[in-house]
Design a protein around this ligand. Structure first.
Ligand code: UGA
Length: 439
């Protein structure tokens, strides 16, 4: 919304939320989320045509177009628990819109939702006395965290789904007009609502599938002494496959991939397509396998026991340039190491607050240390779990001198210079390649 306000000064954008603390934070210098470049965008538009408020009813009344961006987490109860999307917040919002509206509105699904949610929402919204018309559009978001502003400014595409009726198409054109302020028309795709809703789930499923594919290959590489980086390069240079999203890792995290695949799996089951459901479910299973496999590799290299050993974790966020730890693979890795009774020291430039909350159950078995040098001191091993740039440029000679010997680096992201680390005396265990160890 901040980017829309920045790019379209003649539109007034009001962001409403029932959470007063969040709204106050959006009005302050300390925004509630960290995203490179966001502060500048908000500051440019705030007070000009971008406003934040807790008055939801007034926001609804004033708006011609309402973007609904409430969360749609995986259901934890009842039918579809653990897989289906929980739509209670979306439905409540639709009912609020109906209650407070005093004119026709375009309602835009920004949240990621199961296919045919717009249909259900349209039925709720148009269930009133019929005085006002509501057109429901699907406009899924494809930005990735950490590169959000760039992704919004230069998206590969913008997708807008609408009904084929004249009213539906007119609503689609209204939304196209907003994006046309800065995005070439040929990158703005218009489709049916169902295609748009499904495309969002499928895009995330394809991206996650690529990671699970290369991670499954990393296991074959370790077994066969091939090198996953070389394989991924050779495969990715085929222009039909492409080089992006082929970095082997400890597994994907983030609030979306797992949730959206589970949602897709649930939809397949709902439509009586168990083979298709099974196919996509395997992407999540390989991801869990990869995390377990990594921990097994750590333990077996550390002489089959980590009991009482200090292990430094470099990076806890699910990816670099964010403090977000939702579904971060580091959570499972740390929990599994704690089960093996290691003493884990977690370090991260932005995510220590979230890490403390995620690992609260483990109490004093986990330490938190912002400074990577302090975290590594006295440890038997360093585990690189997030690809933060700073980890590439640390003084590893100094770190080695402070560690127990033999000292190990397990590079869960393959971002360090393995040869150089080995040359100064580290035992290096990457993902999907032969370890560089000394006798
Ligand atoms: C993802 C999609 O990339 C966005 O297009 C989508 O809009 C977003 O979900 C969403 O649905 O909201 P995000 O979760 O922010 O974005 O982050 P990604 O860059 O996709 O990374 C996801 C995970 O995959 C991270 O843990 C990352 O480290 C991992 N990853 C990524 C790999 O392990 N290997 C790779 O080659 C790439």
């Amino acid at each position: 919304m901040a980017v829309i306000a920045k790019q379209c000064p003649e539109y007034k954008v009001i962001v409403v939320d029932i959470n007063d603390d969040r709204i106050q934070a959006w009005k302050s210098d300390d925004l509630p989320i960290y995203e490179p470049g966001l502060q500048e965008v908000v500051e440019e538009a705030r007070g000009r045509n971008l406003f934040f408020s807790t008055d939801v009813a007034a926001g609804i009344q004033e708006a011609d177009i309402i973007f609904v961006s409430v969360n749609t987490p995986t259901k934890t109860f009842g039918k579809g628990a653990g897989r289906a999307a929980d739509l209670q917040y979306w439905e409540r919002t639709a009912r609020d819109i109906l209650k407070h509206s005093n004119g026709n509105k375009i309602v835009v699904e920004k949240s990621t939702v199961p296919v045919r949610t717009a249909e259900a929402m349209g039925r709720i919204l148009n269930s009133g006395a019929g005085a006002h018309r509501f057109e429901v559009l699907s406009n899924p978001e494809f930005l990735a965290e950490g590169t959000g502003i760039r992704d919004l400014m230069e998206p590969d595409r913008v997708l807008i789904g609408g009904q084929s009726t004249p009213e539906g198409q007119a609503a689609v054109e209204e939304l196209v007009r907003i994006y046309e302020h800065w995005i070439p028309r040929e990158r703005i795709l218009t489709t049916s609502v169902w295609s748009s809703e499904l495309s969002k789930l499928v895009a995330n499923a394809f991206l996650a599938q690529r990671i699970s594919s290369i991670n499954s290959v990393s296991a074959i590489c370790e077994a066969s002494q091939a090198d996953v980086t070389e394989v991924s390069r050779a495969v990715g240079m085929d222009s039909r496959i492409g080089p992006k999203f082929l970095n082997a890792s400890i597994g994907f995290g983030g609030s979306c991939f797992k949730k959206d695949i589970l949602d897709l799996v649930y939809l397949c089951e709902h439509y009586g397509l168990p083979e298709v459901a099974e196919y996509w479910a395997q992407v999540v299973r390989i991801n869990d396998y990869q995390k377990r496999r990594f921990v097994r590799r750590v333990v077996s290299n550390l002489f089959d026991t980590v009991v009482g050993k200090r292990i430094a974790v470099f990076g806890f966020a699910f990816k670099s340039n964010t403090g977000d730890t939702r579904e971060s693979p580091a959570i499972d890795v740390c929990k599994q190491l704690a089960e093996e009774r290691a003493r884990v020291v977690v370090s991260d430039p932005r995510a220590l607050g979230n890490a403390r909350a995620d690992l609260a159950d483990l109490g004093s078995q986990i330490e938190y240390e912002r400074d990577p040098y302090e975290a590594a001191a006295g440890s038997h091993a360093i585990l690189v779990l997030t690809e933060w740039e700073i980890y590439r440029t640390l003084d590893y000679k100094r770190i080695l001198a402070s560690m127990e010997k033999p000292a190990y680096v397990f590079d869960g992201r393959n971002i360090l210079d393995h040869e150089a680390l080995h040359a100064i005396g580290f035992n290096v265990v990457p993902i999907g390649k032969a370890p560089l160890t000394s006798l």
